[in-house]
Structures are given as C-alpha cells and as structure tokens.
Design a protein around this ligand. Structure first.
Ligand code: FMN
Ligand code: SF4
Ligand code: SF4
Length: 255
C-alpha cells in the first residue's frame, strides 16, 4: 500500500504552507524528528523532503536529519523520494546539494523543484514583503506549485543539474548552523511572556526564564520569533517591518 510522508523543515512557515498542499500526505516536522519527538514509520513508500534554502544550500536541521535519521534507517520501502524547496531568489544549488547528500547515504532522489516564496531574511532584505507583495509573489509562484503537485502525484522524474560553483557553494552552506548569537536582535520590555517565540524557535534558542523572553546563542537566524511575536517585542536594529507569515504560530509549535 502507498504511504506518503513529507518531512519538512520550516522557519517562518512558507515551506509548511507548501507541504500542506500535497493531498493525502502525512506531514512530520524535521525538528521534532531530530529531537526524538516524532518518528518516520517503517512502511513509507513516498517520502517528501521539504525545506527553505539557507545560504544557497540545505539548512543545518535538514542536513542533521539526513545524516542521522535517514542514514541509520532501513529505507528499502522508499519508492519515490521528492523534494520541494522554497527560496527567496533561487534554489538550484540547494536541490543539487540535497541530491548529493542523499546519494551519499544510498537514497536516490526522484524529483526536486525550488519555488520562489516571500523572503524575510532580515540581514539582506531592506523591507520584508508586505501583504500586497506577498500576494504578488505567491500568485507568480502558483503555476509552478500546481505543476509540482501534479508532477509528484504522477511520480514524474526530475533531477537537479549541477549548478555553477556547486561544490564551493555547497561547502560554504554546509558550514552554516546554529552557534552564533544574533547581536542585532533583542527582546523589548513590551514582551508579555506569552511563550510563542520559545515554542516555535527551531533551535530551542529562546527561554522563558526572567521577566521577558531570553534569546540565547544557538540562533539559526530564521526570524520566526521576530515575525510571529504578537507584541512585536522582538527587535531587530530598530526595524518595524514584519512578515505576516502563511501559517498560524500554533502550527509552528515544536515545544
Ligand atoms: C537564514 C536564511 C538564509 C536564506 N538564504 C537564502 C538563499 O541563500 N537564497 C534564497 O533564495 N533564499 C534564501 N532565504 C530565503 C528563504 O529560503 C525563503 O524565504 C523561504 O521561503 C523561507 O521558508 P520558511 O518560511 O519555510 O522558513 C534565506 C532565509 C533565511 C532565513
Ligand atoms: S512572542 Fe513576543 S511577547 Fe511572547 S514571549 Fe516572545 S517576545 Fe514575549
Ligand atoms: S532565536 Fe529566533 S531567529 Fe533565532 S533560531 Fe530561534 S526563532 Fe529563529
């Protein structure tokens, strides 16, 4: 019997919104898998690996998932492995990097596609997309999304080609991960200690210890906390532009 599971990593929710569009698939959060709070069943026949491009490549939690969970698992039931990747500008290298990482552990990728979504990576974006811009980007992406859904349903084969400077870019992306404090980010006194930021942070980097949320130094720089804080209490260098996000904060809850 066919069983489709999508293992997804998302920071600000774009990738989760995309994964939700694949009908009949069970969605499992890669962070929960990595933390031992969720497992991949043994009888999966179709496995999706969905994530955003980070620094031109595959984000650290997804690399950890491949090199730990997938590597140590019996993958013989997998017949079709597919990946949709969200990005701000381009995801060709991330597709290629994923394919190579999977090959290294003996898994063949059958299909991959990267799709442009709203980008809210604060260090490089002057203003995050407002609602109008978000609608524009999503409407441009729609055709590609529909095609991807159709392709996956039909189990089409589409393999990533080798991008220019692929090895170098993948090497650089492969070095990124948690471990640096985001010095530009802070928590204001308007924090009401609701705990949302701590519950959605993919690296468990926010603790509710004192009078307000406390950000540690294991940041993945996803800016989910900044964008989803209901009080806008998480500050980033005096900015006031926030990405509304495509899912509810409850859907991003990990702890
Ligand atoms: C840390 C970080 C690095 C990023 N690097 C890239 C990049 O190199 N290329 C790109 O096209 N988009 C990049 N983006 C944009 C995201 O890939 C894009 O906004 C994605 O849809 C976010 O998905 P999410 O909401 O599921 O986290 C980056 C975003 C973050 C947070
Ligand atoms: S989400 Fe905002 S208000 Fe809630 S605990 Fe975090 S910083 Fe405070
Ligand atoms: S502290 Fe904020 S920006 Fe850093 S990983 Fe957690 S949610 Fe993302």
């Amino acid at each position: 019997m066919e069983k489709t599971v999508i293992a997804y990593y998302t920071g600000t929710g774009n990738t989760l919104a995309l994964a939700k569009r694949i009908k009949g698939a069970e969605l499992v959060d890669i962070i929960r898998i990595n933390e031992g709070d969720a497992v991949l069943d043994d009888d999966i026949t179709r496995l999706g690996i969905f994530f955003p491009v980070y620094m031109g490549g595959v984000p650290y939690p997804v690399r950890e998932f491949i090199n730990d969970t997938l590597k140590d698992r019996d993958n013989s039931s997998l017949q079709y492995v597919f990946s949709l990747i969200t990005c701000g500008s381009g995801g060709k290298n991330a597709e290629w990097m994923l394919d190579r990482s999977l090959q290294e552990i003996g898994i063949g990728l059958s299909y991959s596609l990267s799709i442009r979504y709203p980008d809210s990576y604060l260090p490089l974006i002057r203003r995050v997309p407002d609602e109008k811009k978000t609608k524009e980007i999503l409407s441009k992406a729609e055709e590609r999304i529909k095609k991807a859904i159709e392709d996956i349903e039909k189990e089409e084969i589409k393999l990533p080609g080798k991008p220019l400077f692929g090895k170098l870019m993948s090497k650089m992306a492969g070095k990124t991960g948690p471990g640096a404090k985001d010095k530009k980010m802070s928590v204001g006194d308007d924090c009401i200690r609701c705990g949302i930021c701590a519950s959605i942070c993919p690296s468990g980097n926010i603790k509710m210890v004192g009078k307000k949320a406390e950000i540690g130094d294991e940041c993945l720089h996803c800016y989910a906390c900044y964008n989803y804080c209901p009080q806008k209490a998480i500050k980033y260098e005096g900015r006031n532009d926030h990405y509304k996000g495509l899912v509810k904060p409850e859907e991003l809850r990990r702890r």
